[in-house]
Design a protein around this ligand. Sequence first.
Ligand code: CP3
Length: 352
Amino acid sequence: MSESRAGAGTLFERTCRGIRGPRPPVWIMRQAGRYLPEYRKIRERVDFLTATKTPEIAARITLQPVERFPLDAAILFSDIMTPLEGMGVELDFAPGPILQEPVRSLETIRGLRPLDPDEGVPFVLETLGIVRAELRRDVSLIGFAGAPFTLFCYLVQGGGSKDFADARAFLRQEPDTAAELLQLLGTSMGRYLVAQARAGADALMLFDSWAGLLGPETYRSFVLPVVEDIVRAIRAEVDRPLIYFAHGGATLLPDIRGLDVDVVGIDWTLPLSRAVRDLGENAVVQGNLDPAALFAPRRALAASVDEVLEEGAAAAAHVFNLGHGIHRTTDPDQVAFMLDHIRERSLQSVTR
Ligand code: CP3
């Protein structure tokens, strides 16, 4: 067992496992990215794909937010679509993912290879190794993957979309072909996350950014079983806290409750106490400040942060985060203020 996991682990890892510490640990979805001038500086000379595939650069970008802010976790700088290249998908970013050819036939699907992480994404594994070696021991490193349905959305649609109408139509029109693609993605992302843990990730997160487009019926029949496969594959191989985040997934929580994950991410549309009602009082939740709250004057921002902290008290334990990715025009000073405020507030409640 490596040093970072000896004993009880970091504040972030203990909280993920349901042990409340003196304050909720904090990290920010999309914390490495365009709202940071130091990120934009690197991106002036390298494009996004090159940055994700060059371990020294990806490692630098991963470390940027934790060097600037007192965060409890770093998240690998990569994209949910990155491993798909290793499966034979041709991909570009502008700035969101675009496919050369949407995946819409059994023939195309059977032409894809299940991911072999050592061959398909060696640069990701190397990045994790570099970051873990440079990161302070009390800061955790999060590895991640896109959940099968979210990857399916981009693959079938051929790029980003508001509602992924073509992808959802494909699910109904060709359910067996769709299920085969979802399964291939499930097997591949399971292996990908296990490889990330072995390469240095202290915790793992599955982003199901578009699961909220589905009703509970469809989610249960097409999506939940492949997510369960991934969770099982990870549990069989490595011991790491596992976070599942279904953006827009408020109506799916009664089903998500049955998943064997450590933490459930909640977006900002649902108060955490209401999420706990659906997930059960033993649930550990992550979230869920509205990213737009970072644009409010400080007093209003502080009040919104307090509300999230109070709501989080309803859960067995709470990892503070935004309810979705930080917006790219966010002022980094507002982030610093938010982080100070969380620490101050938690200290007050300990000494009160
Ligand atoms: O800091 C971090 O969170 C780690 C890095 C990270 C990126 N993408 C970097 C990125 C992570 C975890 C992701 C996940 C991701 N990518 C998701 C799931 C999380 C979510 O937001 O729901 C999704 C749906 C994508 C797909 C994607 N990639 C989109 C829609 C876009 C364009 C819009 C945007 O937010 O920038 C990307 C590109 C992307 N991924 C950028 C970054 C830093 C911007 C690239 C640039 O610098 O121009």
